[in-house]
Design a protein around this ligand. Structure first.
Ligand SMILES: [Zn+2]
Length: 150
C-alpha cells in the first residue's frame, strides 16, 4: 500500500510508493531518535510501557502519571495533559515555531486535522514542522525522565 504525502495544496492525498520519511533527515540525532521512538511505539509513555510489564493493564487503565485523568499516550502528554505547567510552555513555543517556520497553508492544514492523533500525523508529514516536533519530542521525553519512573 502506498503512503500519502501532502500535495502542492497541503492536502494529504499524494500517493507515493517509496519515499524517505521526513524525520530521517532531522540533523539532531537526539531529536530524531526521540521522535522515531514515538512514531514506532518504542517510547516509555504508559500506554506502551504497561504493555510490557507482567500482568495485563488494560489500555484504558494506563493512566497518565502527570494528571491521572487520561491515558498516558504521547498525544495526550504532548497536546492535552494539564499535569505540568512546563508542558504548556513547550506547547506554546512549538506553536510559535510552527507559525514562523511553516507557510500559512501548511499551518491551516495541520490545524484542520481532527483530534490529537491527526494533528501529530500532520505535524510529522509537513517537512517544515517535523524538525520542530522532534525537538519537542526530545524535550518532553527529558522532562518525563525527571517527573516519572521512565
Ligand atoms: Zn496527563
Amino acid at each position: 500500500m502506498d503512503r500519502l504525502e501532502p500535495d502542492g495544496n497541503g492536502v494529504l492525498n499524494k500517493s507515493v510508493p517509496v519515499m524517505m520519511r521526513h524525520y530521517l533527515r532531522i540533523a539532531n540525532s537526539k531529536h530524531r531518535v526521540a521522535l522515531a521512538r514515538v512514531l514506532l511505539s518504542g517510547h516509555r509513555y504508559a500506554i506502551e510501557a504497561l504493555r510490557r510489564v507482567e500482568g495485563i493493564v488494560e489500555r484504558e487503565n494506563r493512566w497518565c502519571r502527570l494528571c491521572g485523568v487520561g491515558v498516558e499516550s504521547p498525544e495526550h502528554v504532548w497536546f492535552e495533559c494539564r499535569g505540568r505547567t512546563e508542558l504548556g510552555t513547550l506547547r506554546r513555543r512549538l506553536a510559535l515555531d510552527i507559525t514562523k517556520g511553516c507557510s500559512q497553508r501548511e499551518v491551516n492544514w495541520i490545524l484542520d486535522g481532527q483530534g490529537v492523533c491527526e494533528h501529530l500525523k500532520r505535524l510529522v508529514a509537513v517537512r517544515n514542522s517535523v524538525t520542530m516536533v522532534a525537538q519537542f519530542a526530545y524535550e518532553v521525553e527529558e522532562l518525563m525522565k525527571v517527573w516519572v519512573d521512565w
